[in-house]
Design a protein around this ligand. Structure first.
Ligand code: PLP
Length: 387
């Protein structure tokens, strides 16, 4: 059987990983500035994580939600301390899309409404509801359409007000920091106004922290910076450091009714153990503070590089625009410098490393970028001379 080939892949397979490094089969080492797409939060194969997950695997890897599972409460206590939402309730699932799907359903259950406000450039996942609030018709099947979704441009307060004046929304959904859109931050004024409009109209505010959460931005959740609270916060990616875990933090104003949500695997023992280990390492090693500090150092270093035209984001979630094609630059970083990065459109290189990334790693990345951009400039000029 062959794979259903939907992923454009690099022809490199990793056989070993440790902290911010991964190795291919030929023994070549790469600096991971991509974190397997923001999934590796506390570093590859972090020793305490590996020890706890393997011990749980040997004990009880999984049993269904039909039976008690004290690890779920243990994780809820870890999140209560870290998240700034001690009174919210926790629903555990498996992926970011599933978290958003459930958050949208809860908002609709609670308000009895259908329509949802979303933001231009948004990415919330590929399940039916999540894709409906994603601003990319190219990945939307005919089956996914027909939802009542109003998109507004990010940070356009007037259009936001006009949308609320003409619709009754179940929910407004927004990323803590937009990832796929090229690392774009909601401004504090926009978030404050969105919160106020939701309050006035009884709309549930969902903040999608699937990519920007788990300390990546330098705060546990990126929206903390704006001083607003969400009714529903969705999580995934970095929550399990590679073990699939997703979750929704739910305002106590929404009443849980038996059977209204459910999932076979969500909150299984292995997943909970992984999430607990991640939460404890983020706290004990002050990884939010590290992300903030190293992110600031990195931004300063990047801004000095000739050819870098913009740096967006915060903490260890950065988008770098340059005057060379992002695809060419990322290929040069990978092949010539052993540095793995992410993409976000034709002009942006996305940086999402493990949160253990140090200032020394930041220096290595900045030096590689400087050389790679300069070599592409030289190459382009020499082609120009010989053309
Ligand atoms: N929300 C955001 C902001 C994301 O970046 C992603 C994935 O990239 C998702 C949701 C979907 O998560 P998953 O792929 O785990 O379903």
């Amino acid at each position: 059987m062959r794979m259903f080939d939907v992923y454009p892949r690099h022809d490199i397979e990793f056989v070993r990983a440790e902290d911010v490094w991964v190795w291919d089969a030929a023994g070549r080492r790469y600096l991971d500035c991509y974190g397997g797409h923001a999934v590796i939060s506390i570093g590859h194969a972090e020793p305490s994580f590996t020890q706890r997950v393997t011990a749980q695997l040997a004990r009880v890897p999984f049993y269904s939600n039909a039976f008690a599972n004290s690890l779920q409460e243990e994780y809820a206590a870890v999140l209560a301390a870290a998240s700034g939402y001690p009174e919210h309730r926790l629903f555990l699932c498996n992926t970011g899309a599933e978290a958003n799907e459930n958050a949208l359903k809860l908002a609709s259950f609670h308000t009895g409404r259908h329509a949802v406000l979303a933001v231009r450039g948004a990415f919330h996942g590929r399940s039916s509801g999540a894709i409906a609030v994603t601003d990319n018709p190219a990945i939307q099947a005919p089956y996914n359409t027909g939802h009542a979704v109003v998109f507004v441009p990010l940070n356009d307060v007037d259009t936001l007000r006009a949308a609320f004046a003409t619709h009754r929304f179940a929910a407004a959904i927004i990323e803590g920091i937009q990832g796929v859109a090229g690392i774009r931050e909601p401004e504090v004024d926009f978030l404050t106004e969105l919160r106020a409009l939701c309050d006035h109209t009884g709309t549930m505010l969902i903040v999608d922290e699937v990519q920007s959460g788990c300390a990546r931005s330098g705060d546990f959740f990126a929206h903390h910076r704006a001083g607003i609270a969400a009714d529903l916060v969705t999580m995934g990616k970095g929550m399990g450091n590679g073990i699939p875990v997703g979750g929704v933090l739910i305002t106590p104003r929404i009443t849980a009714i038996a059977g209204m949500l459910g999932t076979t695997f969500g909150g299984g023992q292995l997943a909970c153990t992984a999430a607990i280990a991640v939460g404890e390492v983020i706290a004990s090693r002050s990884l939010a503070e590290n992300a903030a500090r190293v992110g600031t150092v990195l931004r300063t270093a990047l801004a000095d590089i000739p050819g870098v035209t913009a740096v967006r984001g915060r903490g260890l979630m950065l988008g770098i625009d340059t005057d060379v094609p992002a695809r060419q630059l990322r290929a040069a970083l990978l092949e010539d410098h052993g540095v793995i990065t992410g993409g976000a459109g034709p002009a942006t290189v996305r940086i999402l490393p493990p949160l253990t990334f140090s200032t020394a790693h930041a220096d290595t990345l900045a030096a590689a970028l400087r050389t790679a951009i300069s070599e592409i400039h030289d190459h382009t000029h020499s082609i120009g001379r010989h053309a």
